[in-house]
Design a protein around this ligand. Structure first.
Ligand code: NCD
Length: 299
């Protein structure tokens, strides 16, 4: 693998290979032990959009494998703001780093960056379009719990129009079949282009319908950054709230995933529910990124 620019690059075989490698790194990811497999290598983390987990877990992954990290955060502090193209920034940074992790608000930005780069590039979120490493994190949590990814029924709830994370997980799981139950406010429905072949879709009208018979729920926040009218956002941000009562009565055995940050869609009372996995999945996020860095830098 040369780059990870889009979730559509991830075949079934590649996903399973990365998840199995992540298994080997899981304890290391939690800080138990140390590896020097990437000693001498440098990763540039370029985060031109807000990030907490993706940047710090990708940096942690590099550090846990003995590599080092240089970071640039915020477009306003970079030469992009002076008018430099992503391609030229890539030509420059390829002289400093052995691998680049990039997040930028423009769809296709990671690909544009990779066209100028001479080192591997990881897409850590390109606007509303894609977020392949987050999809790997969720897939790994599902895989750890079910021992497989084939044929799972998942409810996708929230802002499905703008959620790159839901979009990416659907794309990844389309390799494995299964069913997607979709529930969003009418103006935030999943666009037809994101209905990938291989998955059976059901549009739901209520939370109860969406939760019935699912293996897992993938909740997403309403993405405030894509609203021009703040009052419209205020109306939609708590449209579907997954209370503990709803979860316990409709899908007591299901897992609840969320890329975070959660806003109003999952109340804190749910955090210690047995199905709540959004915080428990975080070490797996480091492990899959370790597996990816190893694949990109050592094969
Ligand atoms: C997600 C993102 O940035 O798309 N967060 C993340 O990467 N952990 C989800 C979000 O911001 O809603």
């Amino acid at each position: 693998m040369e780059n990870l620019l889009s979730t559509s690059q991830l075949s079934k075989e590649m996903v399973l290979e990365l998840l199995q490698l992540a298994d080997q790194y899981y304890e290391l990811a939690k800080g138990k032990g140390y590896s020097n497999e990437l000693e001498g290598k440098i990763m540039a983390a370029l985060f031109y959009e807000p990030s907490t987990r993706t940047r710090l877990s990708t940096e942690t992954a590099m550090l846990r494998l003995g590599g080092r990290v240089i970071t640039a955060v915020g477009e306003e502090y970079s030469s992009l703001r002076k008018g430099e193209t992503l391609g030229d920034t890539a030509r420059v940074i390829s002289n400093y780093a052995d691998v680049v992790a990039i997040r930028h608000s423009k769809p296709g930005s990671a690909k544009e960056f990779a066209e100028g780069a001479s080192v591997p590039v990881i897409n850590c979120g390109d606007g509303p379009a894609d977020h392949p490493t987050q999809a790997l994190l969720e897939a790994y949590e599902l895989y750890r719990n079910f021992g497989k990814l084939d044929g799972l029924t998942i409810a996708y709830i929230g802002d499905l129009k703008n959620s790159r994370t839901s979009n990416a997980l659907l794309k990844l799981l389309s390799n494995f079949g299964g069913k997607a139950k979709l529930l969003s406010p009418p103006s935030l429905k999943l666009v037809e282009d994101s209905k990938y072949e291989g998955i059976e879709y059901e549009e739901c009208e209520s939370i109860e319908q969406a939760l019935e018979g699912v293996d897992a729920i993938y909740s997403s926040r309403v993405r405030v950054e894509y609203f021009e009218d703040q009052s419209e956002y205020e109306k939609l941000k708590d449209y579907f709230v997954l209370t503990r009562d709803l979860l316990e009565s409709n899908c007591p055995e299901a897992l609840l995933l969320h890329a975070l940050p959660r806003i109003d869609e999952i109340p804190e009372e749910v955090d210690d529910w047995k199905g709540a996995r959004y915080f428990k999945a975080l070490p797996g996020g480091v492990a899959v990124r370790m597996a990816l860095l190893k694949k990109l830098l050592c094969t």
